[in-house]
Write a protein that binds this ligand. Structure first.
Ligand code: SF4
Length: 397
């Protein structure tokens, strides 16, 4: 049971306790945790017991929880970083069928890995998984290492993924804080600062660490994730059903809907993009994006951003010339596709084009290919291009 040393209004007073001071305080107090603004004495054992009891009854039945294979757990954690559980489930099953081990993943060409990832977005995750699998095969006998430092040495494995794999797959006492956990902790401990700030995030990790029962970090991490996903949701948290309601300072203060504090949303820029769908003798021209950066390693139709004051038709002709070195003439508007990326939005205007002159070659891309319409599915394309392909097939029968 929570015993605040002062009544709730006083929780807003400040008594900075972070970093080494926090660690010393936790070590001294044993059963205490501290929020960012003030010392709060909580019954850690009671919180742990409440969470374990709730998790035993209410844990989500997720496919990656049915096997203890560290490789499978790693794949699921990477997929879940930017993608919803409902979407990940199908991808996870297909990916593990196609690449059942790190060795199988390492032996596959990157194009096959990107094809398996196609549609899930954030393709740097797939590229890093592939590079990490090759490092596992080369340096670790094809197995995930059972320590955080070695896990961190793998491409794409940051503090979160390393802690998640270490705790869930290997039972190490490592706490994780993803968006769901941050929300739960910000509410339970009444943290009124922007949870995206590095200092606040570090404090959340320390708080989460203080809640981890020795030897049961995997359980506690997944319990907090599940609680955030199913009960302590961003809008309308179901506090009546929550195992932490007795301890929750935000609920006591009546401000659970105002937390966590996040930075104000930035307005996302919008770009008009013009692409050329150049068809000749039943084949269409596609090009391979450079391996680094947004959508790296995926195939697409040549094109790019419209310049200021430029017509879309002119942009198509210019972009195709700059990217693959041929002259084209737009003949018809094939599709208009709107798509949102993390930091910007686009409207893609896809023009069917006639090839006028020149031999296609990679200039601002890594490769070019003339591909029969029926073989386009062999290549991994960004989502927006799929809508263009559908429009092309409809038009061409
Ligand atoms: S009591 Fe409500 S706000 Fe507090 S952790 Fe539970 S669901 Fe979240």
């Amino acid at each position: 049971m929570l015993r605040a040393r002062r009544p709730h209004p006083a929780l807003r007073a400040t008594l900075p306790l972070e970093g080494e001071g926090l660690r010393r305080g936790l070590a001294r107090a044993g059963r205490r945790a501290y929020d960012g603004g003030m010392e709060t004495v909580v019954d850690i054992a009671a919180i742990r017991a409440a969470m374990e009891d709730w998790y035993n009854r209410c844990a989500r039945n997720l496919p990656w929880r049915q096997r203890r294979d560290p490789y499978a757990i790693w794949i699921s954690e990477v997929m879940l970083q930017q993608t919803r559980v409902a979407t990940v489930t199908g991808y996870y099953r297909r990916f593990l069928q196609r690449f059942p081990t790190a060795e199988a993943l390492a032996a596959a060409p990157l194009s096959a890995v990107l094809k398996a990832w196609e549609g899930m977005g954030y393709y740097s995750r797939a590229r890093n998984l592939h590079a990490a699998a090759r490092k596992l095969a080369a340096d670790f006998g094809g197995k995930l290492p059972a320590d955080v430092a070695s896990l961190r040495s793998l491409p794409g494995v940051g503090p979160y993924t390393a802690a998640a794999v270490a705790s869930i797959a290997f039972g190490l006492d490592e706490a994780v804080v993803d968006g769901n956990v941050a929300r739960v902790l910000a509410r339970v401990f009444l943290i009124r600062r922007n949870v995206k700030l590095p200092a606040v995030h570090r404090r959340l990790v320390e708080l989460a660490g203080s809640l981890v029962p020795p030897g049961k970090a995997g359980m506690m991490n997944q319990a907090l994730m599940d609680l955030g996903a199913t009960v302590c949701t961003p809008r309308g948290p179901r506090c009546d059903d929550c195992p932490l309601r007795r301890f929750c300072l935000a609920l006591a203060a009546g401000c659970q809907n105002d937390l966590p504090v996040k930075p104000p949303r930035k307005t996302t820029p919008h770009y008009d993009v013009a692409v050329g769908v150049v068809v000749k003798a039943g084949r269409v021209l596609i090009d391979l994006r450079k391996p680094e950066g947004l959508l790296g390693g995926l195939w697409e139709f040549p094109g790019g951003k419209r310049g200021a004051g430029e017509s879309l038709e002119h942009a198509v002709v210019r972009e195709v010339r700059e990217e693959v070195g041929i002259e084209v003439e737009p003949t018809a508007l094939l599709a208009v596709v709107r798509h949102a990326y993390t930091h910007f939005r686009i409207t893609m205007h896809a023009y069917e084009c006639r090839h006028m002159s020149g031999r296609a070659r990679p200039i601002a891309c890594d490769a070019v290919k003339w591909v029969h319409l029926s073989r386009l599915d062999d290549y991994a394309f960004p989502k927006a291009n799929h809508k263009v392909i559908a429009a092309l097939r409809e038009r061409r029968g």
